[in-house]
Write a protein that binds this ligand. Structure first.
Ligand code: KMH
Ligand code: ZN
Length: 280
C-alpha cells in the first residue's frame, strides 16, 4: 500500500453552472487562487476544465496554454488537463488539448451514459489519445466509469504499450448516473479487476454526489488515492451545499491523515506517477 495519499482537486468540471454554484472557479484568476489554496491544504494534482468569458466550458487552445502556464507559475501542482471536455466537444478538439503540453491529461477508457447524455469514447479515439500522449510525454490518468473500462485498459496497454513515464494510474469515477455504482463493493470489484493491469498500478477514486464520502473512505481503506472537487460534488452533507473546493480538499486531507496516509507533496506525486521533476 502506498504510504501517502495523492489528493487531486477537480475544481470546475464542464457541467456545473456558475449561477448554480457561485464558488465555482471559472476565470483564470479564480482557478489560480483555488489551485494555490488547495495546494496549501494538501492537494498535489489539479484536474482542469476551463471556461470562456461567458463561463461556458471551452477547449480553446490559447486559453488552455495560458492556464497551464499560470498554474505552473503560481503552484507546484501537477497540471492535468481534461481531454474529456464536455459531452458536446468534438474528438479533434479533445485531442488538441495535448498541444497545451500539460504534465498529465485524462484518458477515458470507454463510452458511458452520462445522466441524460452520452460521454462518447470510441476505441479508435482512445487509442489515438493514448498513443499521442506516449509520443508527447504526457502522462495519462485513465478515467474508469465502469468495470468494463478496466478490461479495455488492459487491452490498450497490451496492444499499444505502457504510457509515458511507464507508470499506470487510473481514476475510478463512481456514481455517475449511467456508470458504475459509488459503493465500497464496486470499488473492491475494481481493485480485483486491476490485478490484470501492470504491477504497481495505482488508483484514485471519486464518488459523484452523495457517493462522495463512501467512495473516499473505501478508497483509503483499499490503498487508493483521492479525487475531490466541485466537478464531482456540490453537497457537503445532506442539505448543506459545498462552500468551496478548499472545503472538500480539507476534508480529504483530514480523512487521509486519520487513515495514517498523509497527503503526498507535488514532488512525491510526480515520483509516484512517473512525471519528470519540474525544472526551476
Ligand atoms: N465532463 C465529462 C463529460 C474528463 O475530464 O476526462 C467528462 C469528464 C472526464 O469530465
Ligand atoms: Zn473532468
Amino acid at each position: 500500500m502506498t504510504a501517502g495519499t495523492l489528493i487531486t482537486v477537480a475544481p470546475t468540471g464542464a457541467e456545473l453552472s456558475k449561477t448554480d454554484m457561485p464558488a465555482l472557479p471559472v476565470t483564470l484568476d479564480e482557478l489560480v487562487t483555488t489551485a494555490k489554496e488547495c495546494e496549501a491544504l494538501g492537494a498535489s494534482v489539479i484536474h482542469v476544465h476551463i471556461r470562456d468569458d461567458q463561463a461556458q466550458p471551452t477547449l480553446d487552445l490559447g486559453r488552455l496554454r495560458a492556464t497551464v502556464a499560470a498554474l505552473r507559475g503560481a503552484t507546484g501542482l501537477v497540471v492535468q488537463l481534461s481531454s474529456g471536455g464536455a459531452v458536446t466537444d468534438p474528438e479533434a478538439d479533445r485531442l488538441a488539448v495535448l498541444d497545451a503540453a500539460p504534465d498529465m491529461a485524462s484518458c477515458t477508457m470507454g463510452t458511458v451514459n452520462f445522466g441524460d447524455d452520452v460521454f462518447l469514447n470510441r476505441w479508435q479515439f482512445v487509442v489515438e489519445l493514448h498513443t499521442r500522449m506516449q509520443e508527447r510525454g504526457v502522462v495519462p490518468e485513465y478515467e474508469i466509469f465502469d468495470l468494463g473500462h478496466l478490461a479495455a485498459l488492459e487491452r490498450l496497454l497490451s496492444r499499444y504499450g505502457l504510457p509515458a513515464g511507464g507508470h499506470v494510474h487510473v481514476d475510478l469515477v463512481m456514481g455517475v448516473p449511467g456508470g458504475m455504482a459509488g459503493t465500497a463493493e464496486t470499488l473492491v470489484a475494481c481493485k480485483h479487476a486491476m490485478r490484470d493491469l501492470p504491477a504497481g498500478t495505482t488508483f484514485s477514486a471519486t464518488g459523484i454526489g452523495r457517493t462522495s464520502v463512501p467512495v473516499l473512505l473505501a478508497s483509503l481503506a483499499a490503498g487508493g488515492h483521492l479525487r475531490v472537487g466541485l466537478e464531482d460534488t456540490v453537497s457537503y452533507a445532506k442539505g448543506q451545499p459545498v462552500d468551496s473546493n478548499m472545503q472538500l480538499v480539507a476534508r480529504a486531507v483530514a480523512f487521509a491523515k486519520l487513515a495514517q496516509r498523509p497527503p503526498l507533496t507535488p514532488d512525491e506525486a510526480r515520483q509516484l506517477l512517473g512525471i519528470r521533476p519540474r525544472v526551476a
